[in-house]
Design a protein around this ligand. Structure first.
Ligand code: FES
Length: 65
């Protein structure tokens, strides 16, 4: 997203929905079970940022071979 490679966990904290099967809109992924939205590059719940899903830092290296 915007030149960054982001990854978040695949299990929603709320009731175990699967954000990976959700919708992506405006930098958020929406879990379809109850509509919670998470920041794609941080995993925080948009409405309650004290909650969220796992977020991972990814490093992309150019293969020089
Ligand atoms: S399980 Fe994700 S919003 Fe309900």
């Amino acid at each position: 997203m915007n030149g960054k490679v982001c990854a978040i966990g695949g299990v929603c904290y709320y009731e175990g929905g699967l954000p990976e099967k959700g919708l992506i809109e405006n930098g958020h992924v929406i879990c379809l079970w109850h509509g919670m939205a998470f920041d794609l590059c941080g995993g925080k719940d948009v409405c309650m940022p004290q909650f969220g899903v796992e977020a991972f830092v990814l490093v992309v290296r150019k293969d020089s071979a």
